[in-house]
Design a protein around this ligand. Structure first.
Ligand SMILES: Cc1cc2nc3c(=O)[nH]c(=O)nc-3n(C[C@H](O)[C@H](O)[C@H](O)COP(=O)(O)O)c2cc1C
Length: 141
């Protein structure tokens, strides 16, 4: 299995309804595909973690990457033995509790610094970012 974590930026303003629609449609489609993960939006940037079998996940991520509503800034991937969030077809943590925003903000800030400086994400940083996802798993219900 593979996990992908990416940061993207909005290309056009989306209304609340449009954002909600992305989330609802994604949840339905991901569930059907056996893909899980979550999507966080901070008002300007999306942070998405998505995981699944490579054959299913990679074509889906290609589709998401080509979606004109946003532009990928940086992405990283890791091989995983099992899904971190098998029960989340597309969770939006923001709607659960505000406090959790800290973990996502840390990931967004770290990724943004790498984008701004034009650095590639090395293995160590990438591993740490995915470790933060484990933290998210621990604090979310
Ligand atoms: C930030 C963002 C995240 C998205 N995440 C997903 C996702 O997890 N799953 C999904 O099926 N579509 C997702 N989409 C939508 C896809 O880009 C694409 O529009 C959709 O999969 C097309 O599905 P359809 O061809 O079945 O209509 C996302 C779009 C955006 C802008």
């Amino acid at each position: 299995m593979k996990a992908i974590l990416y940061l993207s930026t909005l290309t056009e303003d989306l209304s609340r309804d449009e954002l909600k629609e992305i989330q609802t449609k994604s949840a339905i489609k991901n569930k059907a595909l056996g893909v899980s993960g979550y999507l966080y939006f901070d008002g300007a940037k999306f942070l998405q973690y998505i995981e699944g079998e490579e054959d299913t996940l990679m074509p889906l991520v290609k589709l998401i990457r080509e979606d004109p509503r946003h532009t990928f800034l940086v992405e990283t991937e890791e091989d995983i033995e099992e899904a971190r969030f098998p029960e989340w077809s597309m969770k939006n943590i923001q709607s659960l509790t505000m406090e959790l925003g800290l973990v996502e903000k840390t990931i967004i800030q770290t990724l943004s610094i790498f984008v701004d400086k034009g650095y590639g994400l090395d293995k160590g940083i990438s591993r740490d970012l995915f470790k933060l996802m484990d933290h998210l798993k621990a604090v979310t219900f």
